[in-house]
Write a protein that binds this ligand. Structure first.
Ligand SMILES: Nc1ncnc2c1ncn2[C@@H]1O[C@H](COP(=O)(O)OP(=O)(O)OP(=O)(O)O)[C@@H](O)[C@H]1O
Length: 590
């Protein structure tokens, strides 16, 4: 400090405009120079041939100078630091530029800009009155005392000629410096909502009532987070092996800085582990008589299938640990395989989850990715369990016949382990890497054909054929289930829309050609939509209405919305209006 006391800077200074970093008095900084104005300044004021001139220059921060000389000088920050270049290094790569090593001397204020080109020169007023603090008799107040202490400490180190003594003197100063740096690092790690606290530290570091210790506070933050996780881990009632792994991961997590990518991965893993239903199950409420009624109410026909399902459920009721076969419903699309699966879950009072296996060709889809993979996740089985939140749901493996195979392994092989009652109590998903007991899960599979089901998988399942329906069965299904369901879906009532049996037969024979009833359901949906529009518009649709008549009527009462005549009955003409001309005609053989 005393070295600065006598510095008197010239009243005119060439200005170097910088935009990254601020040169402060007493510090030394490296500045990269590549704009035309700054390059000119270095060439004409700092260099003399290849040697360095000891010219004092002004460094103005916060000025992004455009690269072209012709551009106007940007507005300048009014306060800068006078500095002395102690080193200049020039280079032509990647483009011509200089790197300056500059030591700051004192602050100045720009009072007038004298010229802008080829580099700015300004009239300046020196601001720092450093001698004020170093002249003992003038130094008073806290600042004077501080400067005095700093001076004393520096002199003590200077006086210590013996190396050991010098170490002893310098080490406490160094340690304090390191502590300060640590503090700085910590403040950077704090989240934005902790800004207020950071501000308090910068202002003096005192919180009301106690000395603020950032180390302590940071640990509290991390601690809260991991303590919460630890609580969850202990409450998750997981088996011994899983608990051990979780506690080990937790221990690692506590030691990890939050900024490490692995922190998030480990945290996600632990979150997954605590969310799994390790020992959470729903209670079965199986009553065979009620199950029979429910199955009959939900599905018309399918007698053989319903009988076998009831037998299966009855045996389960008598022997809950039944390691029974896995039922596989095989039949054409739309014959109710999926919906029987759903009914089984309802009769048992269990959660239902459908796993669509069509097109799955990667083993990791079933068994998950190892955690070493970027973006790794558990497989569908474990994800499904997390979704339903219990360990004994009904899992419907839909379309097992459409499993694919690829270089990433055979998903059917992974399914074997899932379905095998001898193995599935210790199913190990690659992501979890600890066994999960799947023996309580009730698996049901569906397929359109057995031909493409891998033989090993087929061997573990009991195939129940679900044949297509006859026309009479379809009519019954439509009137008992599909029409009421569609009416409800479209906000209509039987008092508003009626579809006579003959119309249903027409829909079946002239507009659909299928073994199941999915198309039939869609056509009924289309009728409901058309009627719903009529109701919404308040127009009249009558059985006798032909398109032309309807048009005439529309014109007649345009603007007045007359309520439709109730109920709207769909006769063959209305059917043709809504669904268009028949798609299939009955062929008569002669
Ligand atoms: N016997 C039935 N009684 C009542 N509704 C039925 C019957 N059969 C099918 N359905 C109804 O038909 C629709 C289609 O059934 P579902 O989706 O279960 O067919 P699926 O056989 O699983 O078809 P896919 O093989 O294409 O998956 C459902 O709305 C279902 O309720």
């Amino acid at each position: 400090m005393s070295s600065n006391s006598g510095i008197q800077i010239p009243s005119r200074l060439p200005l170097l405009c910088t935009h990254d970093g601020v040169l402060l008095p007493g510090s030394t900084m490296r500045i990269s120079v590549d704009t035309a104005r700054n390059m000119q300044l270095v060439k004409s004021r700092l260099l003399k041939g290849t040697s360095l001139k000891s010219t004092i220059i002004g460094v103005i921060p916060n000025t992004r100078d455009p690269e072209h000389d012709s551009d106007e000088l940007p507005s300048l920050h009014s306060i800068g630091t006078a500095g002395l270049a102690v080193q200049v290094v020039g280079s032509n790569w990647p483009k011509p530029h200089y790197t300056l090593l500059i030591t700051g001397l004192c602050r100045f204020r720009v009072t007038q800009l004298l010229r802008e080109k080829p580099f700015p020169v300004a009239e300046v007023e020196q601001l720092d009155k450093l001698e004020q603090y170093t002249e003992g008799d003038q130094a008073d107040g806290e600042l004077g005392e501080l400067s005095q202490r700093f001076y004393q400490a520096a002199v003590q180190v200077l006086d210590a000629v013996d190396l050991e003594e010098r170490f002893k003197k310098a080490l406490p100063l160094l340690t304090r410096q390191i502590e300060g740096l640590k503090l700085l690092q910590k403040t950077r790690k704090l989240r934005p909502d902790d800004d207020k606290r950071v501000l308090a530290i910068r202002k003096g570091g005192v919180f009301p009532g106690r000395q603020f210790s950032l180390d302590e506070e940071g640990e509290d933050e991390d601690g809260d987070d991991t303590a919460m996780l630890e609580k969850k881990v202990k409450a998750a009632a997981m088996p011994e092996a899983a608990l051990r792994v979780c506690l080990k991961e937790l221990k690692r997590l506590k030691k990890m800085p939050q900024s490490m990518p692995e922190y998030a991965l480990t945290r996600n893993y632990l979150e997954m582990m605590v969310e799994l239903p390790w020992s959470k199950s729903s209670t079965d409420c199986l009553d065979i008589r009620a199950a029979r009624v429910l199955l009959d109410n939900d599905h018309y026909a399918m007698e053989k299938l319903k009988r076998r399902v009831l037998e299966y459920l009855a045996v389960r009721q008598l022997k809950s640990t039944l390691k029974g076969p896995i039922l596989c419903f095989v039949g054409p699309p739309g014959v109710g395989k999926t919906s029987v699966g759903r009914s089984i879950a309802r009769t048992l009072g269990r959660e239902f989850h459908r796993l669509a296996l069509g097109g799955v060709c990667d083993q990791s889809d079933i068994r998950g990715h190892r955690r070493t993979y970027v973006g790794s996740m558990p497989g569908r089985i474990i994800n499904g369990l997390k979704t339903v939140g219990v360990n004994n749901p009904v899992f419907l493996l839909d379309e097992v016949d459409k499993l694919g195979k690829s270089l990433q392994g055979d998903p059917a092989a992974a399914l074997l382990e899932v379905l095998d009652p001898e193995q599935n109590h210790s199913f190990t998903d690659h992501y979890l890497n600890v066994p999960f007991d799947l023996s309580q899960v009730l698996f049901i599979a569906t397929a359109n054909t057995t031909a493409t089901i891998p033989p090993a998988l087929l061997d573990r399942m009991e195939v129940l054929q679900v044949p297509g329906y006859t026309q009479e069965e379809k009519v019954e299904i439509a009137h008992r289930h599909l029409i009421p369901h569609q009416l409800e879906q479209h906000g209509l009532t039987p008092q508003q829309l009626q579809i006579p049996q003959d119309t249903t037969k027409d829909i079946i024979s002239k507009y659909t050609r299928e073994a199941g009833v999915r198309s039939l359901e869609r056509k009924i949906g289309a009728i409901c939509r058309a009627v719903a529009v009529k109701f919404a518009e308040g127009h009249k649709v009558s059985r006798a209405e032909s398109p032309t008549e309807q048009h005439a009527e529309n014109e007649e009462d345009s603007g007045i919305a007359a309520p439709p005549e109730m109920p709207i009955v769909i006769d063959p003409i209305a059917l043709k209006d809504i669904l268009g001309p028949p798609v299939f005609e009955m062929e008569v053989s002669i």
